[in-house]
Write a protein that binds this ligand. Structure first.
Ligand code: BGC
Ligand code: IFM
Length: 809
């Protein structure tokens, strides 16, 4: 069952009924001011940091869970009837409804009692504000008088504190209303010099800034007293809950259309500006007034919207493909690339599954996210790499997370995840392959943000490898530490004390559990570093030797006979082996070892992939491990805390699926690679939206596995490494348009029934127009000149167009 459709022409997903199985959301903002918005206008906004600079309030784990939003109400004074044109919060029986989620904007349109409404929401480039534009058309035979009410609930900035510290916060709220603009200035007195504002383009009939006055006692947003009554009370909040609501009266002739603009924004005084001194209660309205005036004007809004479209044309223009599969095209050309940019901006902080008050940026996650956006904004990828590397520890180890505002590592969820450092090598390799900018290797970067410890980035990469080699376990495999990619595989749990389920960082450090996954990742990273060394004329043989040796150790202690083992636990017991009763085969080492090239030549890779097909593949994607753990096991930790079929305990952890697509492509099996891609491609799952339940236009972190009663149900959409990895798998390995250190390679491994495809790829300043077709013999021509079909394409001059024709048999 579908709840909408794709409009590829306009790059929109069109939702045609408001009651989607879950709120289906979109993101507003591309640089500093961001918001999430659902298909019924739920969601919230923040400036840079979803925890510390939250503009509007969100109540956690609410029902419905998008509740609290950018709400509007229309009221017909003739009948007293009122309704929300975005359906929520009054849930009217709309005659028509349509939500269009596009690239950083959302439009919700509806019709009720012959009043047509469309609300457009977006954040203009370069601004720290959001525009709401309401367009109303009277489709009645007679004139219509209407009241329009807006509504936002302000958050008192620190969202964590806002949600918990009521004894204080019920007394701190302050607002000011001047010339119809509502200023939310709580906290302004305390040094921070920031405030929010909410303005309307029309003369006001009234306003409310105290939530209680707007809603009325014992009422909620479905029937605010001000709306029901048809008049605001010009309330000014003193403490309690600062709120923003404008009341506008308009009259529309039959057929007449009018637009009303609203601007909700954030203002922070520039450091060197002459501003009212800290502690003063007078906010710098004079600085923000011209900004507000501009964005209330329709021509500015039209222009801002056009600029936003151009911005996305340019970003998405980096790669456009035309394949025989429409669902592949719409993900590659539009939604997957878009999701990659969202994960770049949000990391794992803000969605309806990530609260915005929890996690910082992940060392591991951010390095992987690079794979999906480096071709769109290489400069910002570079900045990101240098930020991440600056949090690395002098041992080569890593904090697991760092804070986006301070850019410093934190120990919030511990450290000692021993895969972390290796991801830095893979992230830097991706940057170098895309850009060829080897100067990044010379950039001086501190350890642990400690001035005076700066070393070239190359040194960081060397220490990353060293970190693994310095920490080998009893079988010569890398120690897992607290966990590896699989956060929940906590194998150093030697405490059997009831009530103490998890290991601590301390005992993880002393633990001897080993990871075959990290071993595979090490082989991959060491080979990448050897390639980088060769590119810049440094010695790299030792990395190749180390990779070779680790491959041998995997063959000896990591191979189970038909697949790669997963690990050895603290007691030396094997994990992920046929000899286990549960958890016999795990997906991660199969993907990572084959990506590292382990077993590709001797055929063990193909055997492992056949085992995956046989034991882990389901129609909804590939399961993380089988059989699921049926009970909690202290020696395995959090993985076994999940009921069977969910998350790391035998869920379809989508992040890992593209590793298998890549592995299948590496062994030349295009049919299997693409088949796996289709199973989790959200666009290809659109028709089963009642099962999948999450948005059909973005990947989810997880789909319930076959052991779960809800097999096929997705969760945790949007902010997941699944986005970057699927993009890499389909574009670089299946379509085979693959940046390498020396240039672009075109090496597709496509399904047997595809006649070919075309693509346009921007690469190092040139535009490659690529056509892949079928023929009797493999051949490659570049601008009409035949070259070896296995060659990397010769580097073209920036600004030029290159025509590439690859014939595959
Ligand atoms: C989740 C993991 C997540 C981890 C982060 C766990 O509860 O299952 O998916 O990575 O928390 O700390
Ligand atoms: O690898 C992790 C990731 O860093 C955060 N989400 C869960 C994954 C698997 O545990």
């Amino acid at each position: 069952m579908r709840f909408g459709h794709f409009d590829d022409e306009r790059r929109e997903y069109v939702i045609d009924r408001p009651d989607t199985p879950l709120p289906w959301i979109n993101y507003l903002g591309t640089e500093a001011y961001f918001g999430i918005i659902s298909n019924t206008a739920g969601g919230y906004s923040f400036y840079r940091d979803a925890r510390l600079r939250r503009l509007t309030r969100y109540r956690y784990n609410n029902a419905p869970f998008d509740f609290g939003g950018r709400y509007l109400y229309l009221r017909d004074p003739g009948t007293g009837e009122f309704w929300s044109p975005t359906w929520q919060p009054t849930q009217p029986e709309l005659d028509e409804y349509e939500c269009r989620h596009g690239m950083s904007y959302t439009q919700i349109a509806s019709s009720y009692r012959n009043i047509r409404a469309r609300v457009s929401y977006f954040v203009p480039l370069g601004e720290t504000l959001e525009v709401w534009r309401l367009r109303l058309t009277n489709e009645r035979a007679e004139a219509a008088e209407l009241s329009v009410f807006s509504s936002v609930e302000f958050c008192l900035w620190d969202a964590q504190d806002d949600a918990t510290n009521f004894q204080r916060n019920f007394s701190t709220g302050q607002v000011e209303v001047v010339d119809g603009v509502i200023y939310h200035k709580t906290e302004y007195r305390e040094r921070r010099d920031h405030f929010a504002y909410f303005a309307c383009s029309e003369p006001l009939a009234g306003f409310d800034t105290a939530r209680e006055s707007f809603l009325g006692p014992y009422r909620s947003w479905d029937r605010p007293i001000a709306v029901e009554r048809g008049s605001s009370s010009d309330s000014v909040a003193h403490g309690w809950q600062p709120h923003g609501s404008h009341h506008v009266r308009i009259a529309l002739q039959p057929g007449e259309t009018r637009e009303i603009g609203f601007v909700l924004g954030y203002w922070e005084n520039p450091r060197d500006a002459k501003f009212d001194p800290p502690g003063s209660q007078t906010i710098n309205k004079h600085m923000v007034r011209p900004v507000i005036a501009r964005w209330l004007r329709q021509d500015t809004v039209d222009e801002g919207f056009r600029a936003l479209r151009e911005h996305w044309d340019n970003l998405l223009g980096g790669l456009q493909v035309s394949t025989p599969d429409g669902e592949t095209d719409r993900m590659v050309n539009i939604w997957n690339a878009y999701q990659n940019m969202v994960t770049f901006n949000m990391s794992r902080s803000t969605s309806f599954y990530e609260s915005g008050i929890g996690r910082g940026m992940g060392f591991r996650d951010s390095n992987q996210d690079l794979l999906g956006f480096v071709h769109m904004i290489p400069e910002r990828a570079k900045e990101r790499i240098l930020d991440i590397a600056a949090t690395q520890l002098a041992t080569g180890g890593a904090y697991h997370q760092y804070q986006p505002l301070t850019k410093r590592g934190n120990n919030d969820i511990g450290s000692g995840f021993n895969d972390d450092p290796l991801w830095l090598i893979l992230g830097v390799a991706a940057y170098l392959k895309e850009t060829g900018d080897t100067s990044i290797l010379e950039a001086l970067v501190p350890y642990d943000n400690d001035p005076g410890t700066e070393q070239p980035l190359y040194d960081h990469l060397q220490r990353s490898l060293r970190y693994t080699l310095d920490r080998l376990g009893p079988h010569g495999l890398p120690l897992i530490g607290r966990a590896d990619w699989n956060d929940c595989l906590n194998l150093n749990c030697f405490s059997e004390t009831p009530g103490e389920p998890f290991q601590t960082t301390e005992n993880a450090t002393g633990g001897v559990a080993e990871s075959v996954f990290i071993a595979g990742q090490f082989v991959l990273a060491a080979r990448e570093l050897a390639g980088i060394a060769a590119l810049v004329g440094r010695p790299g043989q030792e990395y190749l030797d180390a990779a070779e040796k680790m491959s041998g150790t995997i063959a000896e202690h990591g191979w189970d006979g038909a697949w790669f083992r997963r690990a050895y636990d603290f007691h030396g017991n094997v994990v992920g082996s046929a000899s286990n009763d549960e958890g016999q085969i795990f997906i991660e080492p199969q993907g990572m070892c084959v990506m590292g090239g382990v077993g590709v030549e001797d055929g063990t890779a193909a055997t492992a992939l056949a085992s995956v097909r046989e034991r882990l593949a389901t129609p909804h994607g590939i399961i993380l491990q089988q059989p699921a753990y049926s009970s909690y096991r202290v020696e395995l930790g959090e993985i076994s805390s999940y009921p069977p079929g969910y998350k790391e305990n035998a869920g379809i952890f989508c992040h890992t699926n593209p590793w298998l697509m890549i592995a299948e492509a590496i062994v030349g099996n295009g049919d299997a690679a693409f088949d796996y891609y289709k199973r989790i491609n959200p666009a290809a799952r659109e028709a089963i939206s009642e099962v999948h339940r999450c948005e059909p236009y973005v990947y989810a972190q997880m789909i319930a596995g076959r052991d779960a009663p809800t097999h096929g149900e997705a969760k945790n959409s949007w902010l997941t490494g699944t986005a970057a990895w699927n993009y890499a798998a389909i574009t670089q390995w299946i379509l085979g348009i693959r940046p390498e250190l020396t240039g672009l390679r075109v090496a597709p491994v496509i399904p047997a029934d595809w006649p070919g495809f075309t693509a346009v790829r921007r690469f190092r300043g040139a535009t490659y127009r690529i056509e892949v077709r079928r023929g009797d013999e493999r051949s490659l021509t570049v601008d009409g000149v035949a070259v070896s079909p296995d060659a990397v394409l010769p580097l073209a001059q920036a600004g030029t167009d290159v025509e590439v024709i690859l014939t595959v048999s």
